[in-house]
Design a protein around this ligand. Structure first.
Ligand code: ZN
Length: 149
């Protein structure tokens, strides 16, 4: 057994990487707005943000604001590694937004039954909450009609 102190372990959540291509998205999140990038030439919506339309290669774009409703495409339950500030098990969903793009976010407390309540294609809502590292980011909860079910 070694007496050498262990090196500090890196956090499991890297700092968010904000670039000129995605800063609009984080700015929208800070205002409680879920923005989706739209091609200025062909109108295709895309997420995550990027400089070029994958459909027509245009560099022109603007944004539309999501209605923050969608259906659950899939999910996973994270047990480890654990990052301070998150509650575990952490339920992370992949949502098909009504606008047609997808979003990955963590679920708020799912209540009794936890992730066992989830079903493919069930309606979910996006809201904004502060994450442990101080960012305001989208989070998920069951749509109102499901939450009481
Ligand atoms: Zn395009």
């Amino acid at each position: 057994m070694s007496d050498t102190p262990a090196a500090p372990r890196p956090t499991s959540v890297p700092p968010l990487i904000v670039t000129q291509d995605n800063e609009f998205w984080f700015a929208g999140a800070r205002e409680g707005r879920l923005l989706i990038q739209r091609c200025g030439d062909c109108g295709t919506l895309r997420h995550p943000p990027g400089p070029v339309c994958p459909h027509c290669r245009s560099f022109e774009w603007d944004t539309v604001e999501s209605a923050r409703r969608g259906t659950l495409h899939s999910w996973t339950v994270v047990h480890k590694p654990q990052d301070p500030g998150f509650r575990y098990p952490l339920v992370v969903g992949l949502v098909d937004l009504a606008e047609g793009t997808r979003l990955v976010a963590d679920f708020d407390d799912l209540g009794e039954g936890g992730a066992d309540r989830l079903r493919i294609d069930m309606p979910v809502e996006v809201f904004f909450g502060e994450h442990p590292h101080g960012e305001t980011l989208p989070r998920l909860r069951l749509a109102a009609e499901e939450a009481g079910a």
